[in-house]
Design a protein around this ligand. Sequence first.
Ligand SMILES: [Zn+2]
Length: 333
Amino acid sequence: MDERFARQVLLPQVGTEGQKRLGEKRVLVAGCGALGTHTAEALLRAGVRRLVLVDRDVVEVHNLHRVALFAPGDVGRPKAAAAAEKLRTLDPQAQIEVHVAHLDGPLAEELVPQVDLVVDGLDNLESRYVVNEACVKYERPWIYTAVLATYGLLLPVWPGRGPCLRCLFPNPPAPGAIPTCAEAGILGPVPKALAALQAAAALRLLLEGPAAPAGTLLYLDLWGLRIQTVEVKRNPACPTCVSRDFPFLREASRTATLCGDVVQILPRAKTSLDLGALAARLAPLGRAELRHGLLFLEVEGVHLTVFPDGRALVKGLRDPNRAQALYDQYLAR
Ligand SMILES: [Zn+2]
């Protein structure tokens, strides 16, 4: 037995056999921001040495206040690659697979069947629906974890044994309905706290299999020091885990690179945006101006032209994944 796990092996919940099993498990880390990287680090240090990292974005300077694995020298590098490099220094025996890509339906269908568990480091509900559908389809457990401002939520999902994410949130939110970290902000220690809870839940799911509890939604507010749990029931009319309909897995990419360095992004569904309200909401974050019935937005040095039907043209970026990330942060939710 590797000496580094000596204190963990002492736990009756783990033991020598359990530690060996952890080393054989493979975990998909969906998203490599603060939540994903802290979870990945905790799992690797606990002996889960086979990780698959997926992230479409690059490290930005405003990530550094909450992401322990990233340093100023990583700014501009793909998050998944930068995270993998740091994780390999923590454990040279680790097998870490990297995908610098948007976790869309086809990629989820490829990766989810190859892992024992999926952990959540995502920043939008739509991508979580993709993961939820893939996990239900291929009967893999996953842990929904989300953070915002000073609080976070966590729900272990074991398809067939408890509720899925769609049982909890039946419908995708309307564009702009839910704020994101880009708008509401995030307290640095929040993702680390939720990542610790997620890693603990992950270890239990990996060690106990279907005997591990699923279906308890946990809410933790770090500022108010409040913690609550709620039992979530399976929805007998759930389109995902009851009807087994998987529209998010079928969805093709919504980005297209146009002439020059313009990326067009289509909304997920037919929508009608109140551009005036959107402009008022986004004005504090950059430049937001209504002209000719269109919203011209400048955030993070990038220009977005937003149409009332939810379509957006992103100028100044050659990377469609980055354009999609900005769209999801400021417009889509
Ligand atoms: Zn469900």
